[in-house]
Structure formats: structure tokens, C-alpha cells
Design a protein around this ligand. Structure first.
Ligand SMILES: Nc1ncnc2c1ncn2[C@@H]1O[C@H](COP(=O)(O)OP(=O)(O)OP(=O)(O)O)[C@@H](O)[C@H]1O
Length: 285
């Protein structure tokens, strides 16, 4: 259990992996080579027209660790997540101010290549959304789009991605079958595999288990633990138990404001902000 925190310590949490590591519970291994700021928000706001849905967020998302985003409905969790790989660009009224950096580059810079950005920062949505194609073609789709044509290479990518997503053993004898024939949980793992096939650095998971039953949810949570350390993972979830099970740090949003960002073990046991405490203890939802 973490020792009592000085106020000054919490200021360092999002910037200093050593501080994060100190508050990792024993069952969560420190990740060698991880913990450097991978995504950095500086006074970053997101607007729909005049409405400021995400307000001047300052945060560092640490590489190879799992960051959960929690908060009541409509507080800006998905808006913030979708901004990271510019999915919000598809909404004409949406614009941003301040800065969002990925690997030290301005995500919203004039010369940012959005296709390349989305290759490096993949996303999995609330509802599994496989293409109405074979399991194989779902996985091969992204690599083909990025120029991989050789059949052997594609075969290798398909197998590797399905193995990483813990799905290979369940589907290797029916790769040519339509992906829509899989169960919901399998479809969601397929979507993770499809994202992994183009070798991203970051996985954005937007309530990835909200449409799944408890068994399928547990498999996705196990998968997140498997992928932890290889990818920077950000997960939006309404489920606080899930946030505390799978994540290393947690961001709590309220009405577009990032109220608190702290190591998960600390945020759920010793929140700094009264609002965080009220939320995690169920005084409002
Ligand atoms: N396309 C849009 N156009 C206008 N306003 C939007 C749009 N999408 C979201 N909003 C508004 O932005 C705010 C933040 O929404 P967002 O979906 O990011 O919240 P959330 O925390 O993810 O909510 P939930 O938990 O219900 O999914 C809300 O007030 C919402 O109504």
C-alpha cells in the first residue's frame, strides 16, 4: 500500500514514471523502458462549435502503461480519447486549441499525416465492428492498405496479430469464414487483432467491454494485461472496478475538466480531490 502522499508528489505523477512506479501495487510489474511521456496535452481544449467539451487539459500519458479515463456520462471522456488519433476530424464543428503532442510531434500540426497517425494510434470502439469479410481479410485489410501484398508476409501478420489478441486458437481452422459469425467477445478481440496488425504504438479503447457479457469482458481485461508493456493503452470505462483492475494510472474527468490524474492505486484509495472522492464512492454518477 502506498504511503501518505505529500501534495508536491502528486504534481509530479503525470511527469515522472518513478513516482508512478512507487504507487504501483505489487501485482503490477514495473515496465522496463516504459514510463516516458508518449502523449502530452498542454492547455488542450476541444470544442463542438462554441461548446468547450474538453477544457484546457494538461496531462502526460506514459508509454507502455495502461491509463484509464473515468467520469460521468457526457464529461468528455470519448471526446478526449478520439482527439488523440484525430477521429474527431470527422465532425465538422469540432476544433481544438492548445497543444497535443504524440512522440514529441504536434498531433494537430499542419503537416501531420492523419493516415500514418491512425496507423500508429489504433482505436477499438464500444461495439465490435468487424468488416463483413473473412476473419483473414479483416486482419489483412490494414497491412494491405499500407502496401503489404506478399501472401506469406500477410499470413504471418494474420497469425501473429490473432495470437497477440488471444484469438488464434479459437479461429485458426476457419480463417476464411465471415467474421460476423463470431461471438461478440470474439469479434471484439478480432477488432483488437485488426488494430495490432499495422503495428501501432498506442491502443485507444473506447468502452471496449460495454457490449460484452462478463466472461467476454474478463477475456478483454486479460488481453489488456497481456498487451501492457508492449503498447501504450488508454481505456475509457464507466466501470470503476474495471479501471482499478486494468490500469496503472487513472484520469477523472468532470464536465470537461480533468479533475485528477494519478496512479490508479492512489486515486481509488486516496483521491486528492473531493469531487473524485464523491464520484468513486458513488455520491454521484
Ligand atoms: N458530435 C457532437 N456534437 C456536439 N456535441 C457533442 C458531440 N459529441 C459529444 N458532444 C458533447 O460533448 C460532451 C462530451 O461528450 P462525450 O461523448 O465525449 O462524453 P463521455 O464522457 O464520453 O460520455 P459517455 O460516457 O456518455 O459516453 C457532451 O456534452 C456531449 O453532448
Amino acid at each position: 500500500m502506498p504511503m501518505a502522499l505529500e501534495a508536491a508528489d502528486t504534481k509530479k505523477i503525470s511527469n515522472d514514471s518513478a513516482v508512478l512506479d512507487i504507487y504501483l501495487p505489487p501485482e503490477r510489474k514495473k515496465i522496463e523502458g516504459g514510463g516516458v511521456p508518449h502523449v502530452v496535452a498542454k492547455n488542450f481544449s476541444i470544442y463542438y462549435g462554441e461548446f468547450e467539451a474538453v477544457k484546457k487539459v494538461n496531462a502526460d500519458i506514459l508509454s507502455k502503461y495502461v491509463t484509464a479515463i473515468i467520469g460521468p456520462s457526457g464529461c468528455g471522456k470519448s471526446t478526449f480519447l478520439r482527439a488523440i488519433n484525430r477521429m474527431n476530424d470527422l465532425i465538422p464543428s469540432c476544433h481544438t486549441t492548445g497543444a497535443l503532442m504524440f512522440d514529441g510531434e504536434d498531433v494537430y500540426g499542419k503537416f501531420t499525416d492523419e493516415v500514418l497517425l491512425r496507423k500508429k494510434i489504433g482505436m477499438v470502439f464500444q461495439k465490435p465492428n468487424p468488416f463483413p469479410k473473412s476473419i483473414y481479410d479483416n486482419i489483412a485489410y490494414g497491412p494491405r492498405l499500407h502496401g503489404v501484398k506478399d501472401k506469406k508476409t500477410l499470413d504471418g501478420i494474420v497469425e501473429k496479430s490473432l495470437r497477440k489478441a488471444a484469438l488464434w486458437d479459437e479461429v485458426n481452422d476457419r480463417l476464411d469464414k465471415n467474421a460476423l459469425g463470431l461471438s461478440g467477445g470474439q469479434q471484439q478481440r478480432l477488432c483488437v487483432a485488426r488494430t495490432l496488425a499495422v503495428e501501432p504504438e498506442i491502443l485507444l479503447l473506447d468502452e471496449p467491454t460495454s457490449a460484452l457479457d462478463p466472461k467476454a469482458t474478463a477475456k478483454i481485461e486479460d488481453l489488456i494485461q497481456e498487451l501492457r508493456g508492449s503498447y501504450t493503452i488508454m481505456i475509457v470505462t464507466h466501470n470503476m472496478q474495471q479501471a482499478s483492475r486494468v490500469s496503472d494510472s487513472t484520469m477523472f474527468f468532470y464536465e470537461g475538466v480533468l479533475v485528477e490524474h494519478a496512479p490508479t492505486a492512489q486515486l481509488f484509495t486516496r483521491p486528492k480531490d473531493q469531487m473524485t472522492e464523491d464520484y468513486i464512492t458513488g455520491r454521484f454518477s
